[in-house]
Design a protein around this ligand. Structure first.
Ligand code: ATP
Ligand code: MG
Ligand code: MG
Length: 171
């Protein structure tokens, strides 16, 4: 019951295409379970996804988790970046191969537009690899800037890159 009472519901997107991507996503979820002032509520299934933007690289594993948190969005971003760094994320090529990417997709119904933090995530509505796992967890969640549900965004999606369900999620 305590976990129902405090905090903001945030959805976080995970992606990896290096060093056993599924294991890296599970490892990241293990770290997300330990984020301070937060409770990991659910995770989506894993999806095998075709790279977008920079297509000459391995396919990704993507997933989304739902976190209830008493951290501010900025504090949450710092926690996610600490996990990325801990797991050896290096930023060499934009959109290139990475061991783990953790992005804040939604943070309650807040709209944040700052130099180093945009929420909702600025590309989420264009990306099938984000919307398929998010739809699995939260089809009725509203994108606060567009006033459209995740189901609505998914229906309007033009992204034809392939996204394949790997296995059913469980926490
Ligand atoms: P994309 O943002 O297109 O998914 P990326 O995830 O590969 O690309 P990163 O290298 O992980 O990009 O992050 C670049 C910067 O994006 C970070 O330093 C961070 O400050 C900023 N950023 C802005 N909004 C967000 C957000 N909602 N979640 C995570 N990072 C964000
Ligand atoms: Mg990203
Ligand atoms: Mg990122």
């Amino acid at each position: 019951l305590a976990e129902l009472m405090n905090g903001i519901i945030s959805f976080i997107g995970l992606g990896s295409n290096m060093d056993d991507p599924q294991a890296r996503c599970l490892e990241a979820i293990g770290h997300l379970e330990k984020v301070k002032k937060s409770t990991l509520l659910r995770r989506s299934s894993f999806y095998r996804t075709e790279p977008v933007g920079l297509t000459n690289q391995d396919w990704f594993i993507n997933a989304v988790v739902e976190l209830r948190t008493a951290l501010s969005a900025r504090e949450l971003l710092a926690e996610l970046q600490a996990i990325e760094n801990l797991m050896g994320r290096s930023r060499i090529v934009k959109w290139g191969p990475r061991v783990i990417d953790l992005d804040i997709l939604l943070y309650g119904q807040e709209i944040i537009e700052e130099a180093d933090l945009t929420v909702p995530h600025r590309e989420m509505h264009k990306r099938r690899f984000v919307l398929e796992p998010l739809y699995e967890l939260a089809p009725y969640a509203i994108h606060p800037a567009f006033g459209v549900s995740v189901a609505g965004l998914r229906k309007r999606l033009g992204d034809v890159s392939r996204v394949e369900l790997l296995n059913k999620g469980q926490v």
